[in-house]
Design a protein around this ligand. Sequence first.
Ligand SMILES: O=C(O)CCC(=O)C(=O)O
Ligand SMILES: [Fe+2]
Length: 275
Amino acid sequence: MLNTLQDKISAITSEFDYRIKLWQHTSKLPKLESSDRQIVETLKREGIYITTLADLGFNSTPQLLDAAHTLIPKIGNGNYTASSENYPEIYTVTHLPNFYNWGSEARLLNILENYIGLPVAYHGVQVRKDFLNTSQFSTMLWHRDSEDRRIIKIIIYLNDVTKENGPFEYVPASFTSIYNPNFYRLYYKIYNTGIDDEELNEIVPKSAWKSCQGPAGTVIIADTQRLLHHGTVRTQERSTLFFVYTANPPKRPGLCTQYWDDTYPKPEALQEIGY
Ligand SMILES: O=C(O)CCC(=O)C(=O)O
Ligand SMILES: [Fe+2]
């Protein structure tokens, strides 16, 4: 009882501190070009902005793609069947400059700081290959991420992603906002675990879900705390890069170490060839 009361008080104090910090940081936010301001406005309104590597035009893109395309063919190698639950292979590449540098482009960090509203922590980058799956499990169940109050994940598609490759999919923020009557029903259901398509369809109809399909080089910038999201089942592989950002410090720092520590392997194949 006392613990719950103390927990509640500390949760309220921490929310209050957060609001104050947001307010104090407003005048320190980096200035943006008008096209980048548009990105921030879209992120604030919708929790997602979809673009391409070409449109972003960062100088570090060729090195990023070179490193990614060197690594991708070395992952997986086809020992996967359509009938079973195949977990993705995820490699942490935060320590490798060709990957890391793209995610620390000044323009990008300035955009993200304006969205997050506080100094940004860039946690790292992972290469991920998803294999064939007939049933929903793990991040293919609908969920929200919980590392912080605002989390930006940038997903770059390394191959063309159509319905068959299991695109990233999300529910528009308006369907899951606190002002929507579905809110409590939905968050009661996903409190401890993800839910599958059938369960979500009873609360938010499938017709409202947004599937992010696109060619190789598509860049999805999404607040995965705010948006209910998942990766979809697939009959063909999907290769991606995931970059992760929160405020500095995040609300739950312990959940963020996985982006640079040894939770996921580091790709030896790349180090051998001098990356
Ligand atoms: O596989 C996907 O498209 C989404 C993965 C996901 O939910 C996450 O990394 O938070
Ligand atoms: Fe997620």
